[in-house]
Write a protein that binds this ligand. Structure first.
Ligand code: FE2
Length: 191
């Protein structure tokens, strides 16, 4: 896991406020958690593409400086209007008592096929509840998250969103999520 500073506390707070303000646009995922738009690991085919086309302009409009920072950190990435830009996972108190899935990040297979050169997954914690947030690496260590840092890994070690306790009804665990799949030497940015 590579960890770097990415956002100031003020920037993260501003982004969290924007995400919460856009609550009417959150995509409900089985009444447990939300995304702001498409996610390749959940959505397939036409649904994925439609959500991406609908939500990419929203991401660009409300989170321009954040996407700018992502582009600075990962220059020369290719984007498409029907491939979802990095966006948000939003977990609230409805997650209390639920176990997150234990998985590897293989959603690139749906978009680009199994044969890719390289894969990177990144997470930027935007808002962390009182009980904390982090990532369980199943054959490694627990990685505690700090707001504003960027956590980068291949996504190919089995991992799981860590449940550190219950969230209050007023709290949200918000993370920016993105991936980069390099295919035939071309890096594609997606969620
Ligand atoms: Fe993952």
């Amino acid at each position: 896991m590579d960890i770097e500073d990415f956002l100031t506390a003020e920037e993260a707070e501003d982004i969290a406020m924007r995400v919460v303000t856009l609550r009417h646009l959150w995509v409900d995922r089985n009444d447990v958690f939300y995304t702001l738009g498409a996610s390749a690991y959940i959505d397939d085919g036409f649904v994925y593409q439609s959500l991406a086309v609908a939500y990419n302009p929203i991401i660009v409009k409300y989170f321009a400086s954040l996407i700018g920072k992502v582009s600075e950190r990962f220059p020369d990435c290719t984007t498409y209007q029907d491939i979802m830009l990095p966006s948000f996972h939003i977990l609230g108190s409805k997650c209390n008592g639920h176990q997150a899935s234990i998985h590897r990040d293989l959603s690139y297979e749906k978009l680009f096929g199994k044969e890719i050169d390289e894969h990177l997954s990144f997470t930027v914690p935007i808002s962390i509840p009182e009980c904390g947030a982090g990532l369980n690496i199943i054959e490694g260590e627990y990685v505690p998250y700090e707001v504003g840092k960027i956590y980068m890994h291949s996504g190919q070690e089995t991992h799981q969103i860590a449940q550190r306790g219950d969230m209050a009804d007023s709290e949200f665990r918000i993370t920016l999520q993105g991936h980069i799949a390099t295919v035939n030497g071309v890096p594609y940015l997606y969620f």
